[in-house]
Design a protein around this ligand. Sequence first.
Ligand code: GLN
Ligand code: ZN
Length: 768
Amino acid sequence: MLTNNLGYPRIGNQRELKKACENYWAGKITLEQLTDVSKQIKRTNWQLQKETGIDLIPSNDFSLYDQALDLSLMVGAIPPRYESLKNGNPTDLYFAMVRGYQKDGKDVTAMEMTKWFDTNYHYIVPEFYKNQQFKFTSAKTVDEFKEAKEAGFITKPVLISPVSYLLLGKEKEDGFNRIELLENLLPVYIEIIEQLVAQGTEWIQFDEPFLSLDVAEDVKIAITKTYSTIRDAFPDLKLLVATYFDGLGNNTELAASLPICALHIDLVRGVDQLDEILKLAPKNLSLSLGIVDGRNIWKNNYQASLKIIDQAKQKLGKDRIIISPSCSLLHVPCDLENETNDTTLTPEIKQWLAFARQKLEEVTTLRDLAISKNITQANNKLKANIEANETREQSTLIHNSAVKQRTAAITETDATRNSVFSIRKKLQEAALNLPSFPTTTIGSFPQTAEVRSWRAKLKKGDLTKKQYDELLKKETEETIRFQEEAGLDVLVHGEFERNDMVEYFGEQLSGFSFTKNGWVQSYGSRCVKPPVIYGDVSRPEPMTLYWTQYAQSLTNKPVKGMLTGPVTILQWSFVRNDQPRYETCTQIALAIRDEVNDLERAGVKIIQIDEPAIREGLPLKKTDWAEYLNWAIRAFRISASGVSDSTQIHTHMCYSEFNDIIEDIAAMDADVITIECSRSQMELLEAFADFKYPNDIGPGVYDIHSPRVPSKQEMITLLEKAKAVIPSGQLWVNPDCGLKTRHWPETKTALKEMVDAAKALREIEVTV
Ligand code: GLN
Ligand code: ZN
């Protein structure tokens, strides 16, 4: 019974890679220094895995930025616009592909980035062209294998399979299906495997995540072809195909029939698939049991896992079983031992958790227990594991019966506004008296280095809470004054008090805990520190009332209250695994509802509940969508429906496809939705138009992710496009997301231009 790991966090225990990359980009360190940091991280990770007793240690799971981008370089899928950079330093070309390049008279845009399945990790989307040829270009996989070998580790190189790689990408021209490119791509993979085998590679892991999704017939054929081609070329190579994030579903038979040595399945997300796989597994197939949760931070339940392992052992025998985490450990923080602050993460909660390093120990302990190896030590660990899980079950920290009763008592009325939108709209018009094409922003204003430094000083004790609040007040007041001067209609307070749109709320809610070092890579050098929801959620005190009221006290214009919605809070946290996600989401929805109601009582007439993460919560298989959308939309409605008809509820979403869930977005019944549209030149609006979206819409008229200031004319053009498909009376004018990453000068100019664009439209309306 071997132990296996699919991938280890590569940012480094102290985010060394993040810092090194950013320093390299800023010209503060050399390429050699960056390479040294990378080498150090890789070696530390290999060493740690070896010491923990992992038999199949991955290599090529490291990446300077992203593994899909690494692959694009490996097979020479470098979009034509980077041609002029190919002669320079390969690392600079690599970073140019993700960060764009504006130097020496060159101006090249970056490649697109999107979410890695249902995680909060973003990968770089490969770009494909008709008849594209591939060429073995970067030897990173081979180099990393050699690097490990020289350091004394025989590793298992990890590669995204050619089919999954193609599926992750996008066709950049019409008239072909990217899966057809397999024929051109496969020979390059063969070349790489040849080199790996020549270096002494015994095992290779191919990630085939699309096997957990619904795939078309041509994809299934392509998958079979891939593995039979590789098998024919390398009969002695041990191929492990890794699936994760869901069960195999309709692809079970296909997966079991592949000519491979081992199949990895995710038994955390898809425990039901085990019976069927065990039935279908041919004699020569080993199963890698993904039993330790690679997506969450809870300690494994050894007793439950051992039952599952035993079931597989009965059928396959111990030699055909491999014990693994459910997926790459990229999605969890490095090491729980970095959490040394007992007030941030109390020992009681800490004993329930396991981060990447602890999860590897769980893998080896489970193997030991399953085959009675190192048995005294393993039994002690089993005992400790049972105790820790029992304290969690019984902890008074977790259970709050008032919260449970309240969620159980929710009725349909609680999740429905008093009147339909057409009636609400009239009442809101009377209450707010806004012009046509009302202007607003999405909430945050620039979080300057100064604002962030105040927060850091407050944490360190260099500023008192009072001093800190005074500084924020000044910043808020300046922001209100600017918005008045720019002529915006609906103002915001600017969100200067927030570190992050989830953490800020989590810190004020019961049932949430935080880490000091629980960083997880989100993309490239960007890391996030998701809160841990460990118990029933409630809201002891108002969370945003103070800042909203303060901002409103400064102006006669309406100030919009700003909240993060229940689904987004759930989605961007580590969620408890001892109750269904919908239950936790409903509890958060009630907490937000209390806040909405308090804001209304304090005289706030417009309240925005942001839900940027609603789309990414969609399950991988379409058959599971309806169930998710049902509770997710209901949670939003619970949070928004406690107010009177004349209170205007906004929501905001960004950077996702809405076409296939437009009906559900409409079912949220927000009075106004602001969405990202500017990058796609309003294409997105078509879905809203085709569906005849009934409520008000603010299609973003400028891209806040770029420092570029759009002209008034550009925004008028976009609004004209919007007007062509959406009745004018439904349109709002706003940027496409919050402005926190922008600087003040460009923000000021852009917003003034935006207000002018709205005014121009009003004039056209009047003359017509
Ligand atoms: N209100 C938030 C902001 O303006 C919304 C952020 C988001 O959409 N991710 O920053
Ligand atoms: Zn947004």
